[in-house]
Design a protein around this ligand. Structure first.
Ligand SMILES: NC(=O)C1=CN([C@@H]2O[C@H](COP(=O)(O)OP(=O)(O)OC[C@H]3O[C@@H](n4cnc5c(N)ncnc54)[C@H](O)[C@@H]3O)[C@@H](O)[C@H]2O)C=CC1
Ligand SMILES: O=C(O)C(=O)[C@H](O)COP(=O)(O)O
Length: 382
């Protein structure tokens, strides 16, 4: 059993070596030659898995350690009897941390109160659904847009995209890339909707780059500069639009989901799926793979204001400004595309908010609700 695994998959040896011979290859270099003699292929989102890749192979299994599956052509796999698995929800909490951290950073920079904004979420699945829960628990007014869910579950609780664009201060895009059909998402946020965003709005895309018309957004940012963009995903990755990157208040190299926890969960799901396919036991648990966090606890004294406390705890675990700075630095040093990939390949250790236990000293108890809502574990000290 020869298993080709993307070099950016953590814990690949621990998980896949017990199942076969592991060959690690950078994701963008995995081609038909690489997979010709492979029985199983484990990728992340940057390897296009289509007929051209699998045609001359003896592959029996393909797994992607990611939520998104738009890089995989399922018909090409099923036509050849190749089993396929993905990892739904694996890094959804990391993306939520990214969104909360980005919005808290903008609130500080621009001097608004996050808790007083109205947030619109487009795509209310694992990521958008969890984000909605966190924001509502924080007391933030939210609108949700998810036509496929509205069709299945009824329209109550959902609005259409145009209503959301009109009514929200912050628009968070968490849709998959769907190219065809009644709910296609390619350029879902198109030039017209971008033109309709109210001055002062924030638009955040952590779904897929192609869900937003980047040229139209660049046009509005450069001509008027009256809205704010937070972009983690881009059209044409890794050769992204450098002018758009420079205009975005927060620009990151498709790393919203890059917590160690999220990546390990992705690897572990595909390990379980492959072991199952091979009829072998999957003895490794997720807990065996995840090391203790470098910072496990923090104590807050009385006197902190709620948003100040939230920012402090968020940044102790993950500071989104680090990823923005690193994209800008690496792009200057290595060029746009190589800089983009360099940040991702050498991504520093990042854990999720849920790994931090916050202890509240007497007088700080009122912070418990908001901190729990943001995902931290909270206890009060006598
Ligand atoms: N930036 C990053 O690092 C990451 C990005 N992603 C992206 O985020 C996407 C969403 O992730 P999940 O929430 O876990 O997926 P999911 O499949 O759980 O949810 C997606 C939701 O989008 C909805 N949707 C589909 N078409 C829509 C449309 N036209 N308008 C509004 N909503 C629509 C679906 O009904 C579904 O509820 C993934 O497909 C992936 O592309 C996921 C993880 C990390
Ligand atoms: O899970 C997804 O979907 C994502 O977008 C991944 O976090 C992207 O990770 P890479 O495939 O770019 O390593």
């Amino acid at each position: 059993m020869r298993i080709v695994v993307d070099a950016n998959v953590p814990a690949a040896m621990e998980c896949f070596a017990p199942l076969g011979e592991v060959v690690r290859v950078p994701g963008r270099e995995i081609d038909a030659d690489t997979v010709r003699s492979a029985d199983a292929l484990v990728v992340r989102s940057i390897t296009r898995v289509d007929e051209a890749l699998v045609a001359g192979s003896r592959l029996r299994f393909v797994g992607t350690c990611t939520i998104g599956t738009d890089h995989v052509d399922p018909a090409a796999l099923s036509a050849r009897g190749i089993a396929f698995a993905s990892a739904p929800g694996c890094n959804a909490d990391a993306v939520v941390d990214y969104v909360l951290g980005s919005l808290a950073t903008l609130a500080e920079r621009q001097g608004f109160r996050l808790l007083e904004r109205r947030v619109g979420i487009v795509g209310v699945g694992n990521v958008g659904g969890r984000l909605l829960e966190h924001l509502q628990a924080l007391g933030i007014d939210c609108l949700a847009c998810d036509p496929p869910r509205a069709e299945r579950e009824g329209h109550e609780g959902f609005v259409d995209l145009d209503t959301l664009v009109e009514a929200c201060d912050v628009l968070c895009l968490h849709t998959p890339l769907v190219r065809d059909g009644p709910h296609a998402t390619h350029h879902l946020l198109d030039a017209q909707r971008i033109a309709e965003l109210a001055p002062g709005s924030v638009v955040l895309n952590a779904g897929r780059g192609d869900c937003l018309d980047g040229q139209a957004l660049r046009g509005r940012l450069s001509a008027l500069g009256d809205i704010t963009a937070v972009l983690d995903v881009w059209e044409g990755e890794p050769a992204i639009d450098a002018a758009l990157r420079d205009l975005a208040a927060i620009a990151t190299p498709h790393v919203a989901g890059y917590s160690l926890d999220g990546k390990l969960r992705g690897t572990h799901r595909i390990y379980q799926a492959l072991a199952h396919r091979l009829g072998l036991p999957a003895r490794l648990t997720f807990e065996m793979l995840a090391p203790p966090p470098p910072l496990s606890g923090l104590t807050l004294e009385a006197g902190l204001e709620v948003e100040e406390a939230l920012r402090l705890c968020m940044r102790a675990v993950y500071d989104v400004r680090r990823d923005h700075d690193s994209l800008n630095r690496e792009s200057r040093c290595q060029g746009v595309a190589m800089g983009f990939d360099a940040c991702r390949a050498s991504y520093p250790l990042r854990r999720e908010f849920a790994t931090l236990a916050v202890t509240l000293r007497p007088g700080a108890e009122r912070l418990a609700g908001p901190l729990q809502a943001a995902g931290f574990r909270v206890t009060t000290a006598p």
